[in-house]
Design a protein around this ligand. Structure first.
Ligand code: UGA
Length: 447
């Protein structure tokens, strides 16, 4: 058993964690209930786009330090550390759906039932404060017949990696948070992580519930910065002569503010920030506290798409029979993930009003799964730039920065085009054929 680890749930967090541990010399059992996902990984195929992860996976499989399976029993029985990385998606009512994590907790309990050695359960899935002790721990105790803190250890170790830079973030984390309620669990987890990372990583040791809150607070603060700068961008839209990027640069140079997460855009999306803010709001309300600030952050984010729709109706008048090309459906660059992407939300609003054509370097197949034949898909950027009345840049892919005014004019046979640039990537000049609107950038002219 030694320091073997089982990682349950092979999404962005789980697969990156499992392969990272395996490449650091830990024998890892990677578990996922999705049979197709396991088959793909066995064949060295990462089932989603994440830069550099394929190389990580290949290395871990080749060295035989990573074994992937559907069933968790063997791995859990033979591991000292069991990492729970299953999804905790948003339910209809904005709460967190704990179905998978509850099932996995019961299964872990059944699997450790006859194990004589001390094992430690490490929760990495983002959960509302209180869930590790009140749900996960109690389910494991019930099905294992064992007592937490005595027969097995438990801790909450939040993950701060971002999609698109998962490998880098996993290899060099800006911090490690270890949430435990007993010394034996803390020492076991701390020793394990020290062996992997060595000294020198900022580590915060706290209680389980504080660690759960840290994860929510971390994502809520990132969302706050984005909604704040989007508010400034919206003000800039109404103040001729202002530029949100200049404001952001000045703010960011104040070390008390910091320059990251101050890029205004169409609003935050993805599988984490929207879900975690929503879960956090519900959780605050359940404690009896009305989280006014968190609700405002969410409201600002939801309004960003309406601001884009307003620009279209103001500039194009009726959308009927207009051809609109949307560049980027992924929620950010370097991923094929379209979960809670504002672009997807925009397409939903536009597809019955206009002719919609979409382009994305990585996420078109996922986009097609949602919209089927109801919109057009351009696999080449040239197609997306052609024959359109309006072009909306939604995702900050590097290749969109290279688009030129000349390209747009040529591909549209000089027909007038409205270019709405939600990420301020192309910075076009005003011509009589192109109307360029950049969110948060209101032309300043030197007198
Ligand atoms: C987020 C956090 O950044 C991670 O620390 C955390 O571990 C992860 O959630 C999680 O909880 O698992 P991620 O969802 O991958 O990571 O994406 P972010 O890089 O945070 O971007 C989220 C959204 O904010 C994107 O739509 C992005 O375009 C937008 N954004 C980000 C902005 O509009 N402006 C910015 O300045 C930064």
């Amino acid at each position: 058993m030694a320091n073997n680890a089982t990682v349950i749930g092979l999404g962005f967090v789980g697969l990156t964690t499992a392969t990272f541990f395996a490449n650091r010399g830990i024998k890892v059992y990677g578990i996922d209930s999705d049979i197709e996902r396991i088959e793909a990984i066995k064949e060295n195929r990462v089932p989603f786009f994440e830069p550099k992860l394929d190389h990580f996976v290949k290395k871990a499989l080749l060295s035989q330090m990573l074994i992937v399976k559907n069933d968790l029993y063997d791995g859990v029985k033979n591991s000292k550390f069991i990492f729970i990385c299953v999804g905790t998606p948003m339910a209809q009512d904005g709460k967190v759906d704990l179905t998978s994590i509850t099932k996995v907790s019961k299964d872990i309990g059944t699997a450790i039932n006859n194990v004589k050695k001390y094992q430690v359960i490490c929760v990495k899935s983002t959960v509302p404060p209180g869930t590790t002790e009140n749900t996960i721990l109690t389910k494991i105790e019930k099905t294992s017949g064992k007592r937490a803190y005595k027969d097995f250890g438990i801790g909450f170790i939040p993950e701060f990696l971002s999609e698109g830079s998962a490998v880098k973030d996993m290899t060099k984390p800006h911090k490690i948070v270890i949430g435990t309620n007993d010394t034996k669990s803390l020492l076991s987890i701390d020793n394990f992580l020290m062996k992997i990372y060595g000294m020198g990583i900022h580590t915060i040791k706290t209680s389980i519930i504080s660690a759960e809150l840290i994860k929510y607070a971390n994502n809520a603060f990132l969302a706050t910065k984005i909604s704040f700068i989007n508010t400034i961008a919206n003000i800039c839209n109404h103040l001729p002569g202002t530029d949100v990027d200049v404001v952001a640069k000045a703010l960011g140079s104040d070390p008390r503010i910091g320059n990251q997460f101050l890029v205004a855009g169409p609003g935050y999306g993805g599988s984490c920030l929207p879900k975690d803010l929503s879960g956090f709001i519900v959780c605050c309300k359940e404690t009896g506290y009305e989280p006014i600030l968190l609700k405002a952050i969410e409201a600002v984010n939801k309004d960003q798409v309406i601001i884009i729709m307003d620009i279209l109706s103001k500039r194009l008048g009726t959308l009927k029979d207009k051809s609109i090309s949307i560049l980027g459906t992924a929620f950010k660059k370097n991923t094929d993930d379209i979960r809670e992407s504002v672009s997807i939300n925009l397409i939903r609003k536009l597809k019955n009003l206009a002719n919609v054509n979409v382009h994305d370097p990585k996420a078109l197949d996922n986009t097609r799964k949602i919209f089927g034949h109801s919109i057009k898909y351009s696999y080449s950027l040239k197609d997306a730039l052609s024959d359109c009345d309006c072009l909306i840049i939604m995702t900050e892919w590097d290749e969109y920065k290279e688009i030129t005014q000349k390209q747009i004019l040529e591909n549209n046979k000089n027909r007038p085009v409205l270019v709405v640039d939600t990420r301020r990537l192309v910075n076009f000049k005003k011509t009589n054929k192109i109307v360029y609107v950049a969110l948060g950038k209101n032309t300043f002219v030197y007198k």
